[in-house]
Design a protein around this ligand. Structure first.
Ligand code: NAD
Ligand code: WQD
Length: 358
């Protein structure tokens, strides 16, 4: 398939490009680079050349078409669709910082919701009605049951970012109901961590990381003095928050598996295409820190801080629907996650080089 990948220069998008090409698909990337660097795309191409280019007798040099375009830019998207024919879109583009969304709700609703509405309109005008949307465990709010299944109802989000995901799920479901030619897949990611095992691509947060793993790696590499652990009095085995951390390469592979939903003879065609994408294992914050130190042999000093507002104690999923219907399951474990996160950070202490270089 030829896939439009919005937000393809970002963390999850870049890893997904690798898995798409490895599975024989092709992609075109649209990204406004507001939270990414096009160096990621060059590195994806380098990985592909190393992993599959040399084994190909014609020695293909991978070049992924890239458009520096905002998904709110209707003309820009029209131009893109005039030049390419797409079988499907994997839609990663969006702002994702929870705390920032509380400070700038308008910007989050405008970017994520208006952007997606423009994208969907241009897609339907060009008869491309297959979409995989990056949703999030955050749509469950404080979940009614653990492990979380897809039958669990959505909950109240604690921040505008989460609401954009929840609202966009509804928009997509309604559009599909009104026009059954649409195929909508909602992938609810749990906590993506890790990096490609080559260490060439990974998570490259701007400023102070919001998420646990990039904070740990920045402490380990000496960029920050210590990790703050937000609360050790939760009703969990060691008192720290428990999450379903998933290796980003597994998450990327889930997108390739989800493309099956678009086949007319897909066995589960009448089911709703909502999938939890996690490992099904809950690891605590301290589990992650201890595994990181043990596997990588580097210290990660930490201090216990007050709880972070909006955090819940425990969040992990039952991923069996994705296994049954898509044949997908996570293959990487906690040791792979901490090892690969560290390899990326160690090889790229400053992330991708500055300057967009295009
Ligand atoms: P990321 O910020 O690395 O990637 C998102 C990409 O979208 C960036 O390259 C950014 O430049 C681009 N972008 C943002 N707004 C755009 C716009 N208006 N037009 C064009 N490009 C735009 O984030 P990520 O971690 O790779 O996340 C990808 C998707 O997955 C996001 O939608 C995010 O909300 C969702 N998600 C992420 C996580 C996570 O923890 N990383 C968890 C659940 C869901
Ligand atoms: C994990 C655990 C923290 C940082 C967020 C979004 C969610 C989704 C994934 C996009 C928690 C603790 C963290 C730190 C810490 N993103 N922690 N010190 O909050 O589960 O989920 O990212 O959709 O929507 O909310 O992930 O990595 O921020 O936190 O102790 O410096 O680590 O309290 O228990 P979270 P996280």
């Amino acid at each position: 398939m030829n896939i439009l990948v919005t937000g393809g220069a970002g963390y999850i998008g870049s890893h997904t490009l690798v898995e798409l090409y490895k599975a024989g698909h092709t992609a075109v990337v649209v990204d406004n680079l507001c939270n990414s660097n096009p160096e990621s795309l060059r590195r994806v191409e380098a990985i592909l050349n190393d992993e599959i280019g040399n084994s190909n007798p014609t020695d293909i040099k991978f070049k992924i078409p890239f458009y520096r375009t905002d998904i709110r830019d209707r003309e820009g998207l029209e131009h893109l669709f005039a030049e390419h024919r797409f079988d499907a879109c994997i839609h990663f583009a969006g702002l994702k910082a929870v705390g920032e969304s509380v400070q700038k709700p308008w910007e989050y609703y405008e970017n994520n919701i208006s952007g997606t509405l423009v994208l969907l309109d241009v897609m339907r005008r060009h008869c491309c009605k297959n979409i995989i949307f990056s949703s999030s465990a955050t749509v469950y709010g404080d979940p009614a049951e653990i492990p979380i299944t897809e039958r669990c109802s959505k909950g109240l989000c604690t921040n505008p970012y989460g609401w954009t995901k929840s609202m966009l799920e509804q928009v997509l479901v309604d559009i599909q109901k009104a026009d059954p030619e649409w195929n909508v897949v909602l992938l609810r990611y749990f906590n993506p961590v890790g990096a490609h095992p080559s260490g060439r691509i990974g998570e490259n947060p701007n400023g102070i990381p919001n998420n646990l793993m990039p904070y740990i790696t920045q402490v380990a590499v000496g960029k920050r003095p210590q990790l703050g652990i937000f609360g050790n009095d939760y009703p969990t085995p060691d008192g720290t928050g428990v999450r379903d951390f998933i290796h980003v390469v597994d998450l990327a592979a889930a997108h390739v598996a989800a493309l099956q939903c678009f086949a007319p003879d897909f066995e589960y065609r009448n089911a709703n295409f909502i999938y939890n994408i996690g490992t099904g294992n809950g690891y605590s914050v301290l589990d992650m820190v201890n595994a990181f130190v043990r596997v990588n042999g580097v210290p990660v000093p930490y201090t216990i801080m007050p709880r972070r507002p909006g955090d819940i104690a425990t969040c992990y999923c039952d991923p069996s629907k994705a296994k049954t219907e898509l044949g997908w399951r996570a293959k990487f474990g906690i040791e792979d996650m901490v090892r690969d996160s560290w390899r990326w950070q160690r090889q790229n202490p400053e992330g991708y080089p500055d300057g967009d270089g295009l």
